[in-house]
Design a protein around this ligand. Structure first.
Ligand code: NAD
Length: 488
């Protein structure tokens, strides 16, 4: 929840079922990326504020864990209904604070709700195993129990979907939770938490602390936090993984990406070009599944580059709330400047700029806009082919064969997503066998796994072993206890 102070809305933490202003915390402005208008002020919670939220989660744990799993699932059924009732409101909040278009925001809220639907199945998902007579007169049973207090640290780019990857499954499994939204998009998380309270979550089951690095650090070291779910950039993911593991916690840390899309000479360009454009420029390229490098194989390169360049130049840049907008702003001015720096670097390194998004940049509305950019003649060793730019920049590498294209893609330190566009089953099979990425698209540009599958990045795109969502998440949020019984 929030309070009004003058013109600004000041966000509060949720601790033990009550919204409280973290006393003495410094605050930061949260601007609307399309206009620069300040939407809210977000506090940076200190160690004492985090302690209070973790203590509330720890106090709520015994009763919540003892609540029958069918009752915990019923909370999720009621939550799902409330999220549906507030679907448009949530989507508009996402657009307002993140900048993505309303359709993209609706897509993310839908994907988030699907995780709540998955969590409704917890009675079945948590079920254990039994084996009679493992020795004479001795039986064994495996029981899944919740781990305790879980912390969730979220990025700015999916303010609704990514928190919903975490706490619905964790709570339905009997854990209590401390959620730290991104300080850049904290408002949607507040509304999501309010709706969970409205659905009947007991006090302390879900807590929310605002803040950034220092707030996260307290969670990573806190003795009462048993597990950490993290989604964010690669350097922070590695740091979170090391730090939380050093403090004895289980950790899943989903990290950054640089995703390759291979376009074979036999690809149908009428299908491929829109799919590549949507992958590269959807969510303004601020997506861990954004395809940001195209490997154009053989003679398809010339027509493909021409069509990608034209389609990118045609994308309508504007505020996400405007229904005609196809490309919204990026999250902050500094982030836009970093993207411009990469465009300049690509030119210095000798790539050919086909469509220059800087031409569409405009400060007239106060927003953080940059147009869609396409580079041709990119080489795999260039920074624009290797680094996660996290903006609307697409690099085309020309390769001679599928082998060469796979070799380029596998050089990447990341391994989140890779896609191939082809009419050949043989090429597709070769690709899916040899590509070093955990989420693979075959004639699909954004192969996002549904809630009942794991979100399974590889290599530098993931630290840990159990991924977010699907059965992996159920395993992550539960301990296994094996009981051996004899009645002499
Ligand atoms: P970020 O790493 O800057 O921040 C993520 C979270 O970590 C935020 O809550 C932030 O407050 C916190 N944080 C920042 N610095 C920290 C530090 N030093 N110690 C502890 N916590 C810290 O990421 P972002 O810019 O918000 O999100 C974009 C990144 O997230 C991109 O790299 C993107 O690829 C990645 N991402 C990955 C996935 C995935 O599934 N692999 C999904 C979405 C986003």
């Amino acid at each position: 929840m929030s309070i009004r102070v003058g013109q600004a809305t000041v966000l509060e933490n949720l601790v033990g079922g009550r919204w409280v202003a973290p006393e003495g915390a410094p605050h930061e402005d949260v601007p609307n990326p399309a206009t620069g208008e300040v939407l809210a002020r977000v506090p940076h919670s200190t160690a004492a504020h985090v302690d209070a939220a973790v203590a509330a989660a720890a106090a709520a744990f015994p009763a919540w864990r003892a609540t029958p799993v069918v009752e915990r699932a019923r909370l999720m059924f009621r939550y799902k209904a409330l999220l549906e009732d507030h679907f448009e409101e949530l989507s508009r909040l996402v657009t307002e604070e993140n900048g993505k278009t309303l359709d993209e925001a609706r897509g993310e809220v839908r994907r988030g709700i699907e995780v709540v639907e998955f969590a409704c199945g917890m009675p079945t998902l948590m079920m254990g195993q039994v084996l009679e007579d493992v020795a004479r007169g001795i039986d064994s049973e495996l029981i899944r129990v919740p781990v305790g207090v879980v912390a969730g640290i979220c990025p700015f780019n999916f303010p609704a979907m990514i928190p919903l990857w975490m706490y619905p499954i964790a709570l339905a499994a009997g854990n209590t939770f401390v959620f730290k939204p991104s300080e850049r998009t904290p408002i949607t998380g507040v509304r999501l938490a309010e709706l969970l309270l409205d659905a009947g979550a007991p006090p302390g089951v879900l807590n929310l602390v605002h803040g950034a690095r220092e707030t996260a650090d307290t969670l990573l070291a806190h003795p009462a936090v048993r597990a950490v779910s993290f989604v964010g950039s690669a350097p922070v993911a590695e740091y979170v993984y090391r730090t939380a593991a050093a403090h004895g916690k289980r950790v899943q840390a989903l990290a950054g990406a640089k995703n390759y899309m291979i376009v074979m000479p036999d690809a149908d360009l009428d299908v491929t070009v829109p799919a590549v454009i949507a992958s590269a420029f959807g969510n303004a390229g601020e997506r861990c599944l954004a395809g940001s490098v195209v490997e154009a194989v053989g003679e398809i390169a010339d027509p493909l580059v021409a069509r990608l360049g034209e389609a990118a130049a045609r994308l309508r840049l504007g505020a996400g709330a405007d229904s005609t907008t196809e490309l919204g702003p990026v999250i902050r001015a500094a982030h836009r400047d970093r993207i411009v720096g990469y465009i300049e670097r690509g030119l210095q390194e000798g790539a050919r700029l086909v469509t220059d998004g800087r031409r569409a940049m405009s400060d007239s509305t106060g927003g953080f806009f940059i147009g869609a950019t396409v580079f041709d003649l990119v080489r795999p060793e260039m920074a624009i082919a290797q680094d996660e730019i996290f903006g609307p920049v697409l690099s085309v590498i020309r390769s001679r064969s599928l082998d060469e294209a796979i070799e380029h893609a596998n050089r990447s330190r990341f391994g989140n997503m890779a896609a191939i566009f082809t009419r050949s089953g043989k090429a597709a099979r070769e690709f899916r066998t040899r590509i070093e990425a955990g989420m693979v698209g075959i004639n699909v540009g954004v192969p996002a796994p549904m809630a009942f599958f794991p979100f399974s990045g590889w290599k530098g795109s993931f630290y840990g072993d159990l991924h977010a969502t699907g059965r992996d998440a159920v395993e992550f949020y539960t301990e296994k206890r094996v009981v051996t019984t004899r009645w002499p």
